[in-house]
Design a protein around this ligand. Sequence first.
Ligand code: HEC
Ligand code: HEC
Ligand code: HEC
Ligand code: HEC
Ligand code: HEC
Length: 188
Amino acid sequence: MNSFIDYLLRIRLPILVFVAIVSFAVTYYVARAERDGIGYTPEQPINFSHKLHAGDMNIDCQYCHTGVEKERFATVPAASTCMNCHSLARTDRPEIKKLIQYYESGTPIPWKRIHRVPEYAYFNHSVHVGKGIDCASCHGDVRNMEKIGQVNSFTMGACLDCHRNPEVKVPYVANIKKGPEYCWACHR
Ligand code: HEC
Ligand code: HEC
Ligand code: HEC
Ligand code: HEC
Ligand code: HEC
């Protein structure tokens, strides 16, 4: 019996501990990557293309995301914004028929939210956009996205990475100041 415990301690136990640590680490990092959301590109209720509207047709981001310059949230446009054009454009198409149905029934289009920081973290669009940081630095090349998804990390590490080295992350803004690193800037 004693020699069995000896054996367990000397050979088996280190292996078991090693396996436990590795599987814990793997689970931790997989869960972390999932929560971070990189690659999340959900099916949307209407097949809306940023490439077509913001790219090919060159409609300004702020025509639809009206809050970015002045408010915390960028906001997603109401169906009525789409209807400025689609009361006439392509009304025969199935995707536009869906749009018209939402509009006429007064039902908000149930777009799936893609980018999100947790409740306990504070992010404000107007501060960043107002300093001249463009959408692409955080959201990627949206003008070329047929279907929009998350391409960058939105973790605390990613926020701090830019706050510490803005001259590297946003070299196109002259004399940019560093962002805050003290906890209550983002955890209020
Ligand atoms: C014609 C209106 C329109 C224009 C122009 C437009 N968007 Fe959008 N945007 C939308 C709609 C509608 C959604 C929600 C549906 C979706 O995710 O595809 C959206 C979603 C997004 C999202 C994801 C929101 C989330 O849930 O996290 C980002 C980021 C975004 N747009 C950035 C941009 C950028 C950057 C531009 C300019 C290059 C732009 N948009 C131009 C209408 C527009
Ligand atoms: C400034 C005008 C304008 C606005 C605003 C606009 N669209 Fe469009 N949209 C167009 C035009 C024009 C086309 C057709 C382009 C083409 O086929 O070359 C189009 C095409 C589309 C198509 C593809 C239709 C098909 O199957 O051929 C969808 C879907 C669509 N828009 C949805 C939306 C939604 C949803 C919104 C609001 C978030 C919106 N559009 C806002 C002008 C606009
Ligand atoms: C410094 C990084 C950064 C920049 C620059 C930025 N965004 Fe965002 N965006 C975020 C973050 C972080 C979120 C998630 C915010 C949250 O959960 O409160 C987000 C969320 C969004 C959303 C989802 C809805 C909302 O209001 O939160 C849209 C739409 C959006 N951004 C559009 C834009 C557009 C358009 C621009 C450029 C004019 C832009 N963003 C510039 C980081 C950025
Ligand atoms: C691409 C660079 C970049 C990214 C990414 C970024 N920031 Fe910033 N942020 C800045 C810069 C630069 C400033 C300082 C602007 C100034 O004061 O001139 C700033 C300022 C701030 C401020 C201070 C606002 C105020 O009221 O003074 C907060 C809060 C903040 N960021 C939160 C966040 C959070 C949360 C994230 C991540 C989800 C984030 N930022 C991601 C560049 C960035
Ligand atoms: C620039 C903004 C910013 C600053 C400054 C910041 N945080 Fe965060 N923090 C975030 C964001 C965004 C998240 C949520 C995303 C994530 O989990 O990485 C977060 C998440 C966290 C979490 C939860 C992490 C987890 O794994 O669940 C803790 C704890 C935390 N922060 C503590 C701190 C402390 C302590 C400080 C000061 C030393 C600090 N933060 C400074 C933006 C910030």
